[in-house]
Design a binder for this molecule. Structure first.
Ligand SMILES: C[S@@+](CC[C@H](N)C(=O)[O-])C[C@H]1O[C@@H](n2cnc3c(N)ncnc32)[C@H](O)[C@@H]1O
Length: 198
């Protein structure tokens, strides 16, 4: 039992535990990256949950949902105050699995995962209070550029894996922009905390 999963309710907890166990098993088996579900760690899930509870964004967008592990964490928090989560996933079978996991967790009224390129789906959305970027690391700049105009002033963009992976180009790109304030959090795999200016 992973302590962070105790934050979830009785319906969501078994789904989170199962997906985390699958992620661990795939990593231990040495499966190639593209075959793994590549979930965030449980502490990162709890971080997303706590951040959403604190900021209470009405509309949350996730770029790269895989089978929905982090989507469940975001949705658990959003449900507490009536927020809504839109996830996005390039691979149709993963998006389908994510929506099935949201149903199992009792969160399908709060969150949905759309199939397609997150950059294109961003164009369908507006007034985003929080964006979580967790797709391919060499695509972060394109995804950020696609979504930033759809984020509210003061909105938060979180990006995972900025310490575990070489994200130098993305981090420099963010620091050259005058419309955001950005800091790197050395937490778990590294989370970039980027706030859009008012
Ligand atoms: C690191 S995994 C996401 C893990 C997920 N956030 C979680 O913690 O459960 C990255 C996922 O992004 C998807 N992906 C890659 N490029 C994408 C894009 N341009 N738009 C949407 N999804 C993308 C991949 O297929 C993969 O399933």
């Amino acid at each position: 039992m992973v302590p962070e999963h105790a934050l979830a309710d009785d319906r969501a907890r078994p789904v989170l535990e199962r997906l985390h166990a699958l992620d661990q098993a795939q990593r231990e088996a040495g499966l190639p990256t593209e075959q793994r579900i590549r979930s965030v760690t449980p502490p990162t899930g709890a971080f997303l949950y706590a951040t959403v509870l604190a900021l209470r964004p009405s509309r949350i967008f996730e770029m790269g949902s895989s089978v929905g592990y982090s989507t469940i964490w975001l949705a658990l928090a959003a449900r507490a105050y009536g927020g809504r989560v839109i996830g996005s996933e390039l691979l149709p079978e993963r998006a389908e699995a994510a929506n099935q996991h949201l149903r199992e967790a009792g969160l399908d009224a709060v969150a949905e995962v759309r199939t397609g390129d997150a950059a294109e789906i961003a164009g369908e959305l507006d007034s985003l209070g929080l964006v979580f970027i967790d797709a391919e690391k060499d695509d972060y700049t394109r995804l950020f550029e696609a979504v930033i105009d759809h984020v509210l002033p003061g909105g938060l963009i979180l990006t995972d894996n900025v310490v575990s992976h070489d994200c130098t180009a993305y981090l420099s790109f963010l620091r050259q922009r005058s419309d955001v304030t950005t800091v790197t959090l050395s937490y778990e795999r590294g989370i970039e905390w980027t706030v859009k200016g008012w």
